[in-house]
Design a protein around this ligand. Structure first.
Ligand SMILES: CC(C)(COP(=O)(O)OP(=O)(O)OC[C@H]1O[C@@H](n2cnc3c(N)ncnc32)[C@H](O)[C@@H]1OP(=O)(O)O)[C@@H](O)C(=O)NCCC(=O)NCCS
Length: 180
């Protein structure tokens, strides 16, 4: 499904049985970001429904032994017909910096383009500087920190990228593949 992964990794769409496996890695993969409150926040952001009703636009990557290596949970906006949304993405820290996150996004961009989506949106916590650097590197534009975006005390940075081909070359996400 994704053909530009590091050797040995394979991808597929998730199923409901993957829900518990993904929840089990969140705290380790996020490095305990924001402590106990962060752990609760993360678990509540990924209820089982995402592994039941959003599977065709979500992706899971596994090692040869079946161990979870990375995931992306995303969907098509119900409200905005040209928008898709990445809700949650994570890569095993042992695999960071090998292009797995970028490969997940490229695959997602490809999937949602076939559904006529031009823009991809996502959000992250102001504390998650790695996520901000990653999304910026992939061509996303960030807003300033938006206080209480997701509720009292839940500040967020919002990102968007335009998937349309640029007049002077390939579309933004493809351009970032060969960077800078
Ligand atoms: C953010 C995350 C998904 C990146 O995954 P990854 O597989 O390491 O990223 P990639 O190797 O594909 O990197 C893609 C680009 O982003 C850059 N990048 C990735 N992480 C970065 C970091 N921490 N700081 C600076 N740049 C970073 C890479 O240098 C690369 O740029 P380049 O190829 O142009 O040199 C991963 O660090 C992660 O899972 N973090 C914990 C969970 C999380 O915060 N998820 C996002 C919020 S929901």
């Amino acid at each position: 499904m994704i053909n530009d992964l590091p050797r040995g990794l394979t991808s597929r769409h998730p199923v409901a049985e993957d829900h518990a496996r993904v929840l089990a890695v969140l705290d380790r993969w996020w490095g305990g970001l924001k402590g106990e409150a962060g752990a609760v926040e993360r678990a509540l952001l990924l209820p089982r429904l995402y592994f039941q009703h959003f599977t065709s636009t979500s992706l899971l990557i596994e090692r040869p032994d079946g161990e979870l290596a990375a995931f992306l949970v995303g969907f098509l906006s119900q409200t905005e017909p040209d928008v898709a949304y990445v809700h949650f993405v994570g890569v095993d820290p042992a695999l960071h910096g090998q292009g797995v996150g970028r490969a997940l996004y490229r695959a997602f961009f490809g999937l949602v383009r076939t559904q006529g989506r031009r823009y991809v949106h996502c959000i992250t916590s102001p504390e998650n500087t790695a996520s901000q650097a990653f999304h910026t590197r992939l061509g996303f534009t960030a807003t300033p920190v938006q206080p209480d975006y997701d509720g009292p005390g839940l500040d967020r940075v919002a990102f968007t990228v335009d998937l349309a081909p640029r007049p002077d070359g390939p579309s933004t996400p493809d351009r970032t593949v060969t960077g800078p």
